[in-house]
Design a protein around this ligand. Structure first.
Ligand SMILES: [Zn+2]
Length: 581
């Protein structure tokens, strides 16, 4: 998911002029508007009913026929599920405005009196309880108009439009800010994504329906074409329904790991020039990722991008991208890189609880300084970080340790909102400076792949948590970094350096929220010489005359409170308020 803040900053002609205007994603408006989605359908993750937590989602088979002129779908979803404990009701998430024609469980047709879906949670009373350990199939036949996307990519849904030349249907579904239940019956919790999926999109002949995963086949019959896709472990918001007169740009990437990655760009006719420009970025982006983080997790499927009618979104193996590729002084496409980061930080490594969403967006955002460093060196790395630093608000902690829905984290004032992007990135930067490159990247690889030595075929999708990451960091370093996590993730305010000079001695002390211990080593440049204070008890002294030249943290290693940033944010907020008057 792209961040508005990043968009504004990098799209702006002046890199530092406007970045504090808006650093959080726009609030999700009218969640109860009946034309769109109910609060239940809007919700992704968070506490789930016990009947859903009792399930494992083995396989999704989704056959969907799309009628562009009627802005309507007819679909059959077959879910293969396994019970972890006994259930007597099957609870599936599904947009409540769809008309349900038929539900079968284990091949038995359910009477219409056995199910109801008033608010977006379909409750099916089973004829007999299903015991623990039972694998069964539920089939839902339904039809209707999926909820309309209000402001994709932030407020998702379906967009029914025409190609830019006005001649052909062009349909896109963005599932962020609503999830899978806007399109098909599912379990809208990150831990309940289906292990495998078969997707069959039937569209009028002449149109293409690019999908997540690998293209298995296409079938033409009676003026309709069915596009069949097979995918693994698609995130609950990661599948796509895109329909248009697409053309395909194809290439193969020879990986450093010995495999070949198919590259596919589904673009619109007449946009060949733009498409070629973006397509040229694919191998460069792959090169950075595979060299710095590790193997592309979906090489058996593709690196896929599809042209969509909004900026961009991280659809799994089918990133949505507009035809606007904003240029920056850095020389690589930042939005492609950001959305592509989610193939690692979201799709391969998924949060088990949206409370830890910084693992997707913060590590995804840290990929920007990293690719900047890879292609442009130190100045580009630092420039990216400085821009991100100005957007950190510190209004709420990044993580609470509670089960939270995506909205509570991403959109509510009670959550960290936009901070999951730049603050997550800066915490990663600070951790890297503290533990060193070798330990940092090893910890990231274990977090992402579940092992330090990933190669194609030797890893499976992972679920991550903040506490799990702490455990990995501790194991890799042989130290206990609980103090680091306590301050940066579980407190809103940043640590602050208090510096005092007295009788030729410079005294430095860490001030932390709740006086938490913070033994963060601190570099000080004093008259041109850098000294590292261990700060084991949170303080340190140095000889310094009254006129000594002192710079604290001269290599910008540490995320800490800054008067310059605070004053700048206040000033830009006042400017914005004046402009509204
Ligand atoms: Zn994102």
């Amino acid at each position: 998911m792209r961040d508005v803040f990043v968009t504004i900053v990098l799209a702006a002609a002046s890199m530092f002029a406007v970045h504090a205007q808006r650093q959080v994603a726009p609030p999700v408006t009218d969640p109860n508007d009946p034309k769109f989605i109910t609060a239940q359908t809007r919700k992704m993750g968070g506490p789930m009913p016990p009947e859903q937590l009792a399930l494992i989602f083995e396989h999704l088979d989704l056959a969907m026929k799309v009628f562009p002129d009627q802005q309507r779908i007819e679909a059959t979803a077959t879910l293969r599920l396994t019970t972890k404990s006994k259930i007597d009701t099957l609870v599936l998430d599904l947009f409540s405005k769809f008309t349900i024609a038929e539900i079968d469980v284990e091949g038995t047709r359910m009477p219409a009196t056995a199910y109801a879906n008033p608010e977006g949670q379909l409750r099916i009373t089973l004829p007999a309880p299903l015991a623990a350990g039972k694998t069964f199939e539920a089939r839902v036949v339904y039809a209707g108009t999926p909820p309309v996307a209000k402001r994709p990519p932030w407020e998702g849904g379906t967009t029914w439009t025409k190609t830019p030349d006005g001649t052909k249907p062009w349909i896109d579904t963005s599932l962020w800010g609503g999830g899978c239940d806007m399109l098909y019956p599912c379990l809208d919790h990150p831990t309940l994504k289906p292990a495998t999926s078969d997707l069959h999109y039937t569209v009028p002949a002449g149109l293409m329906a690019p999908g997540s995963g690998a293209l298995v086949s296409r079938e033409d019959k009676d003026g309709w074409t069915t596009w069949n896709w097979h995918a693994r472990s698609i995130h609950t918001y990661g599948s796509v329904l895109d329909v248009g007169p697409y053309k395909v740009m194809e290439g193969e990437y020879k990986s450093r790991f010995g495999n070949t990655i198919p590259m596919r760009f589904y673009y619109l006719p007449g946009e060949e020039r733009q498409a070629a420009e973006l397509f040229a970025e694919f191998p460069r982006t792959l090169e950075f990722w595979e060299n710095v983080i590790g193997p592309y997790p979906w090489a058996d499927q593709k690196m896929g991008v599809v042209r969509v009618p909004y900026s961009g979104l991280e659809n799994q193996t089918m990133i949505g991208y507009s035809d606007q590729y904003p240029k920056t002084p850095f020389g690589w496409d930042w939005l492609l890189n950001h959305e592509f980061s989610h193939e690692w930080f979201a799709n391969q490594l998924s949060v088990a609880n949206y409370d830890d969403l910084w693992l997707h967006e913060g590590l995804g955002s840290y990929a920007q300084p990293l690719i900047a460093e890879y292609y442009g060196g130190e100045i580009d790395y630092m420039a990216q970080l400085k821009t991100q630093r100005a957007g950190i608000r510190n209004e709420q902690p990044l993580v609470t340790g509670r089960e939270r829905s995506e909205k509570e984290v991403y959109a509510d004032p009670t959550g960290p909102r936009g901070d999951i992007y730049p603050k997550g990135s800066w915490v990663a930067h600070t951790l890297r400076q503290l533990i060193g490159d070798e330990a940092f990247f090893k910890a990231i690889r274990i977090l992402v792949y579940g092992r330090p030595d990933p190669k194609p075929g030797n890893f499976a999708p992972q679920f991550g948590t903040t506490q799990g990451f702490l455990k990995i960091v501790n194991e890799v370093t042989g130290q206990d970094y609980k103090w680091f996590f306590d301050v940066y993730f579980y407190r809103a305010a940043l640590p602050k350096v208090i510096a005092t000079r007295h009788n030729g001695v410079l005294t430095l002390r860490w001030q932390t929220p709740d006086d938490l211990p913070f033994p963060m080593p601190l570099d000080v440049r004093i008259d041109g010489k850098i000294v590292t204070l261990p700060m084991r008890d949170g303080r340190g002294d140095l000889p310094a005359g009254d006129h000594a030249a002192v710079t604290i943290d001269p290599r910008s290693k540490i995320l800490m409170q800054s008067d310059a940033i605070d004053n700048y944010q206040k000033w830009t907020a006042a400017q914005a308020a004046n402009a509204r008057r």
